[in-house]
Write a protein that binds this ligand. Structure first.
Ligand code: HEC
Length: 123
């Protein structure tokens, strides 16, 4: 009778740990999806990011094509900090770019750009 009892304790302890892990994974996934959703709004908003004036994003209505289409962003920018820097101040990479320096010029805040980065990382 003792062995099954031990087994039961071991199994339920394992399940409790797994449950806790799943719960915390779910919580951070929710935070992440909120960031992504907020970033999408900023990108699409003509008075905020207005990224679609120049960039095509899959499913966008009447996007521009002055800049490259935003696809495979994660593969293009494995380092998220570089992607942030590109949006904060693209003139650092290319002094002649027409992409506005969203952070440096105060068009978007740091927190907004972080959300934009999280969103376009999903593209
Ligand atoms: C006025 C046009 C314009 C707007 C608005 C604009 N961009 Fe750009 N963007 C460009 C151009 C042009 C490039 C090409 C690189 C260069 O000029 O140095 C570029 C490059 C990029 C790149 C690098 C792409 C790659 O594959 O190397 C990213 C990422 C990017 N833009 C994101 C954004 C985001 C996010 C927004 C909105 C917050 C935005 N851009 C708004 C014109 C624009």
């Amino acid at each position: 009778m003792r062995k099954p009892a031990k087994l039961f304790v071991a199994v339920s302890a394992t399940l409790a740990v797994l449950g806790a892990l799943a719960f915390s994974a779910q919580a951070s996934a929710a935070d992440q999806s909120e960031m992504v959703a907020a970033g999408k709004k900023i990108v699409n908003n003509r008075k905020e990011g207005n990224c679609l004036a120049c960039h095509d994003i899959k499913g966008a209505m009447l996007p521009g094509n002055i800049g490259p289409a935003l696809v495979n962003v994660k593969q293009r920018f494995p380092d998220k900090a570089k992607l942030f820097a590109q949006i904060w101040d693209p003139t650092k990479n290319n002094p002649r770019t027409i992409m506005p320096p969203f952070g440096r010029n105060g068009i978007l805040t740091k927190a907004q750009i972080e959300k934009v980065v999280d969103y376009i990382y999903t593209l």
